[in-house]
Design a protein around this ligand. Structure first.
Ligand code: BES
Ligand code: ZN
Length: 615
């Protein structure tokens, strides 16, 4: 039966037809060339008192080497209780295994002697309360304060801390899960959530399309649900769900815009789960249900580009996947490009251009502090924690490269090319050379002479942004730039800034125009006129707070403390900690605030903040 299913999957998703060349993944112990996991069946109980998941993971195996009998899996802090081989007739046999010593970045290889090429293995295990991919929260850490909460964040290599598996995006598998949890709580997974499910503590899930391990996701908590369209809904804590549904009411329009450009949405539903504020990222593209920070809810939809981004991953990333983190630009660069196209289609070119200009500007600033090798689109991450390799380069340089191709070939050629690329590699995991082969056959080959191989090399393998890159421009920013210059020259009072109707990105542009060290008087005047300290907009807030620290405008400190205690999103809090750490007095303040904030932070945020503070 299982084999028939695999054949069907292979047929439906065209698994064999595509030229994709394997490359070892430096971040996994697995040996998918010998044996690959094709399906995962989870039976898990959620225990909040122990802060653990416990149960079994059954893996369906595809032995590439029929004579092999060793299965190597990735684990981190997993307690393995027993492992059985499961024969085709269902009979089981206990298997011997060893777990390697724990590597601080990669965890422990689990080596199973399967004796023969068994079709399935069943692993009984439980997680550690310190699992790097899970955050367990007490009721006090949630919005309502009534129920505990738990969520996963598997990307980049944290799935291994809650499921024993081949934790590499080069392997794709389908999954089912049977999850038991305390009644009254809802369980959501990156699978076929039923928005009408009774809160009975007993949930079953199925993900029929083969996905990489980093897209495994689970969350359990006091979650309400509100439908926002024919195939969209939001899950959120009760006090947040109405605001969230309003903020995300354009989601269906975004899906329609993306489908028009890149073909049918292939995952049926697109729901959004709004997590507590400790979620360490802005968003995570878990299939069928994006996980999102509540800080994306600005009240005026000005930050929903983040939803466009996570939705875009339904094509770039979830459908066509980077085979390992060294080719992350294939996920994040393509996605940032598609994100901007969706924003343009739904909110107009002015809005899309402002977003482009801000990211280009911030990429330049960020790259000034980076080593040349860190500025390359294709990187060597051997021995490097993929969480640490995160920068704007795969996102903004990657999408800039695609905009460059767009500008040379024109949308008439480039849009159909991208659409065909998503179809061609759908449900495959690929590397940059795979992309390049497809590009030279289907774009360069068809329209020769528009882009040289030196151009391509400059984008992929040289630091910085090539001198021939198209420069994004926003006419609306011309007025902001003029006002900022006049204000900084003392020619325009803060209260006379034409900012009454500025949208978020105009404010970001203005804040980015402040000098390295603004004067306290300038900061005071801005604050008095525009009440920036205490703003509810996280993107404005963190840039403003960094500027207050640089200026020595310490009046903002109580609000800074409140902000970084409440929010755990790394992008918003780490820059503030880093800036504070530059002075002795600032560092003492930051450490005191961190002590209070730490218990509410996700393990990833704790690690990043401790690094920023040199702890
Ligand atoms: N997939 C990423 C998040 C991620 C990347 C997690 C690498 C772990 C390792 C997600 O799609 C993302 O990029 N989120 C951004 C938001 C986006 C609008 C740039 C974030 O969280 O800030
Ligand atoms: Zn992304």
């Amino acid at each position: 039966m299982k084999e028939a299913c695999l054949l069907l999957v292979a047929f439906v998703f065209g698994l064999a037809a595509v030229d994709v060349r394997a490359e070892p993944d430096p971040h996994s112990y697995a040996e998918p060339d010998i044996v690959a996991v094709r399906a995962l069946d989870l039976e898990l109980d959620v225990d909040f008192a122990r802060q653990q998941l416990s149960g079994t993971a059954e893996l369906t195996l595809d032995w590439r080497d029929p004579l092999a009998h060793s299965l190597v899996l990735d684990t981190r802090d997993l307690a393995i209780e027993s492992i059985q081989g499961v024969a085709a007739d269902g009979t089981t046999v206990d298997l011997a295994y060893t777990q390697d010593p724990r590597d601080p970045i990669f965890g422990s290889a689990l080596r199973i002697d399967t004796k023969t090429a068994v079709p399935n293995v069943r692993i009984r295990y439980h997680t550690s309360p310190q699992a790097s991919g899970l955050q367990w929260m007490t009721p006090a850490q949630t919005a309502s304060g009534k129920q505990p909460f738990m969520f996963s964040q598997s990307q980049a290599i944290h799935a291994r801390s809650w499921v024993p598996l081949q934790d590499t995006p080069s392997v794709r598998f389908t999954y089912t899960a049977h999850v038991t949890a305390p009644k009254a709580l809802r369980v959501v997974m990156s699978a076929d959530n039923d928005i009408a499910h009774a809160l009975d503590g007993d949930y079953r899930f199925r993900m029929q399309q083969p996905i990489p391990s980093y897209l495994l996701a689970i969350s359990v908590g006091e979650l309400d649900v509100r439908s926002t369209g024919p195939r969209t809904a939001v899950f959120a804590e009760p006090s947040v769900v109405a605001k969230a549904a309003k903020e995300f009411e354009d989601t269906e329009a975004m899906i329609a815009a993306a489908e028009k450009l890149y073909g049918a949405y292939r995952w049926e539903r697109y729901d959004i789960l709004v997590l507590p504020a400790s979620f360490p990222f802005g968003g995570m593209e878990n299939p069928r249900v994006t996980f999102a920070t509540p800080t994306v809810i600005a009240g005026d939809k000005s930050l929903v580009g983040l939803i466009a981004h996570e939705l875009a991953h339904s094509w770039s990333g979830n459908l066509v996947t980077n085979a390992n983190a060294q080719h992350m630009w294939l996920n994040e660069g393509f996605t940032s490009y598609v994100e901007n196209r969706i924003v343009e289609a739904v909110y107009g070119k002015q809005e899309a251009d402002m977003q482009l200009v801000v990211s280009a500007q911030e990429l330049h600033t960020e790259m000034q502090g980076m080593k040349a090798r860190e500025q390359l689109l294709v990187t060597n991450l051997e021995g490097i924690d993929p969480d640490e390799g995160l920068s704007g380069v795969p996102y903004d340089k990657g999408s800039w490269f695609l905009r460059f191709l767009e500008s040379r070939y024109g949308r008439d050629a480039f849009d159909p090319f991208l659409r065909a690329y998503f179809d061609h590699f759908a449900f495959h995991s690929i590397t940059t050379p795979d992309f390049l082969r497809y590009y030279s056959e289907n774009l360069e080959g068809k329209f020769p002479g528009k882009v040289s191989s030196a151009d391509i090399d400059a984008w992929l393998h040289q630091p910085g942004i090539p001198s021939f890159a198209p420069i994004p421009h926003s006419a609306r920013f011309d007025a902001v730039d003029k006002a900022a210059a006049d204000f900084l020259a003392g020619k325009l009072a803060a209260r006379k800034l034409p900012a009454r109707h500025w949208v978020t990105y105009e404010w970001l542009r203005f804040l980015n125009a402040l000098p390295e060290k603004p004067s306290i008087a300038q900061m005071q005047a801005l604050d008095k006129a525009w009440k920036l300290t205490g703003t509810g907009n996280g993107e404005i807030a963190f840039r403003w707070y960094v500027a207050t620290v640089r200026a020595g405008y310490t009046q903002a400190r109580p609000e800074i403390a409140a902000f970084i205690e409440r929010i755990g999103r790394r992008k918003l809090v780490v820059p503030i900690y880093s800036e504070l750490a530059k002075s002795e007095d600032g560092k003492a303040f930051a450490i005191a605030v961190y002590k209070k904030a730490k218990p509410g932070y996700h393990p990833m945020t704790q690690a990043s903040v401790e690094k920023a503070l040199g702890l």
